[in-house]
Write a new protein. Structure first.
Length: 483
């Protein structure tokens, strides 16, 4: 009995400090003040949370400092929370550092649910939709051709492709937001990308999250926090410069998401009008660059890693592509005729959901999940990784089996939720789906991916989990196919 291992006095203290949820909600024993800090500090948190679900069930609680979290580990429960009861759970947690990173909550991803946030997300959604309707396909095609050229130029050398995937995904977003694309040697975008990655990684570090739960620590020197502040200043300077350049050019002509936002965010006229400002435009570009780069590129890198383990799967995709398209490159509209390729992409999104714990939600009023009372302000963590490995839904959930998504294969598209759902559904879902389809199809049409050297181990498939779930670095040979 795990509860019995904790002395009685600590258990009663922990109840005192950890607030009141439904008494029926299970969870591992929680230490006074520290709560379940040791569970939350596990190296691969999604795997750890999934293993706790085996003991405590599909919904359980954890505590950290004075914060109570509820972890959801099954797609039905996640849907009930994010989709059916979206208006109860569309909030984001308030935090000291989150407020700093999001310029006072004015980003879409970290901003709390409010009239201002709804207007911001609606405008960003329509700007993205307007700009992607006609131009997204050619933008991705262009980047996919460029990526294949870069791989061909490696001439069969064993290389780590992660940076090339990041450049390709990042170029799709910078073309959509600023009408610009770059190559691997360009300094400016690399600076911006490095800076954004550094911010995400610093913000996720325990030295910085401790400031949210233990306010007294804010008075002490904290070098990672000082670095975070420096990187944020650099981010704002780099993005500010790009927006100024766009304003100086005739941005109405550009057809980019940012120019569309600059036109729709009118300065406030009256006293109590909603004020969507330049900061909102600025933070939208940050949202799109952070949300849209490392996610897509991490999934492409996972796909190649799995295919090195299972060469027969890449051959099957190649044969399907040749059979259906002959020698031409695929279009997104071909997806219905390429079921095995789509099954491969779905299986990758299932096995390695690159945002494995989504982004934390907050209950904005008292509500319930799966019959348990959930008080206002409870933090909700949708464990998408856990939902995608639920043995009640997926046969042999830890195996890589694209066939499960073919007709009669037993895979459930309804239980596949890599983009979350409801009011906070990933803003870039449509962009990501087209990118994953076209990039994967181009890569597997043009190359056979081979292990670096016979004696080198195949890529480790467990990965490293931070905000984004990434495969550990590995090298691969991209061998051009004869067309
Ligand atoms: C949020 C997944 C690509 C922009 C999210 C969330 C997930 C997710 C799980 C959190 C949903 C929640 O809070 O419940 C993914 C995956 C991707 C991907 C798996 C690719 C494989 C993209 C792209 C963009 C993007 C390409 C931009 C073009 C965003 C934004 C949010 C978000 C702005 C915040 C939405 C909000 O809080 O309202 N994404 N994403 N994502 N994503 Fe994505």
């Amino acid at each position: 009995q795990p509860e019995a291992a904790v002395p009685k006095v600590l258990r009663s203290l922990s109840k005192h400090f950890c607030g009141t949820l439904s008494p029926s909600l299970p969870g591992p024993p929680s230490l006074p003040l520290l709560g379940n800090m040791f569970d939350l500090a596990q190296e691969h948190l999604p795997i750890h949370l999934t293993s706790l679900a085996l003991r405590y069930g599909n919904i359980y609680r954890l505590n950290y400092g004075n914060t109570t979290m509820v972890i959801l580990n099954n797609s039905e429960i996640i849907r009930e929370t994010l989709v059916k009861k979206w208006s109860d759970f569309a909030g984001r947690p308030h935090s000291y550092t989150g407020d700093i990173v999001s310029s006072g909550g004015r980003s879409i991803s970290l901003g709390d649910f409010s009239e201002e946030w709804k207007a911001h997300r609606r405008l960003a959604h329509s700007a993205l939709h307007r700009c992607t309707t006609d131009s997204l396909h050619p933008v991705i095609e262009n980047q996919a051709h460029h990526l294949c050229k870069v791989l061909r130029d490696y001439n069969g050398k064993a290389v780590d492709l992660s940076k090339d995937f990041t450049v390709a995904a990042s170029n799709v977003i910078t073309t959509l937001t600023f009408g610009k694309s770059y190559d691997k040697s360009s300094v400016e975008p690399q600076k911006l990308q490095d800076c954004l990655n550094e911010i995400v990684s610093l913000w996720g570090s325990p030295w910085i999250s401790a400031l949210d739960s233990f306010p007294l620590l804010r008075k002490l020197p904290n070098p990672p926090f000082t670095r975070l502040m420096k990187e944020l200043a650099r981010r704002d300077e780099l993005i500010g410069k790009l927006i100024e350049e766009l304003k100086k050019s005739d941005h109405r002509e550009g057809g980019t998401v940012t120019s569309s936002l600059l036109q729709s965010f009118k300065p406030p006229q009256g006293g109590d009008q909603m004020t969507l400002t330049d900061t909102h435009v600025h933070m939208t570009t940050v949202d799109l660059l952070i949300g849209g780069t490392e996610t897509t590129s991490a999934l492409l890198n996972w796909t190649v890693a799995f295919l090195l383990h299972r060469p027969e799967v890449q051959n099957k995709v190649y044969e399907e592509l040749c059979g259906v398209l002959d020698v031409r490159y695929p279009k997104y509209s071909d997806r219905h005729r390429l079921p095995y390729l789509c099954a491969l992409i779905n299986e990758m999104l299932r096995l390695r959901p690159v945002a494995p714990l989504a982004v934390p939600h907050r209950a904005i009023r008292n509500s319930s999940i799966a019959g348990h009372f959930i008080p206002k302000n409870t933090i909700i963590i949708p464990n998408l990784y856990g939902a995608h490995h639920d043995p009640k839904v997926w046969d042999d959930p830890y195996s890589f089996k694209p066939e499960r998504f073919l007709e009669g294969g037993g895979g459930s598209l309804r239980a596949l939720i890599p983009f979350g759902g409801g009011a906070r559904l990933c803003l870039g879902e449509a962009v990501a789906k087209m990118e994953l389809f076209l990039f994967t199809a181009y890569l597997l049409r043009d190359f056979q991916f081979l292990p670096a050297r016979n004696e080198e181990p195949l890529p480790d498939l467990q990965g490293v989990a931070s905000v984004v779930l990434k495969v550990k670095p590995y090298t691969v040979i991209a061998n051009p196919r004869e067309q």
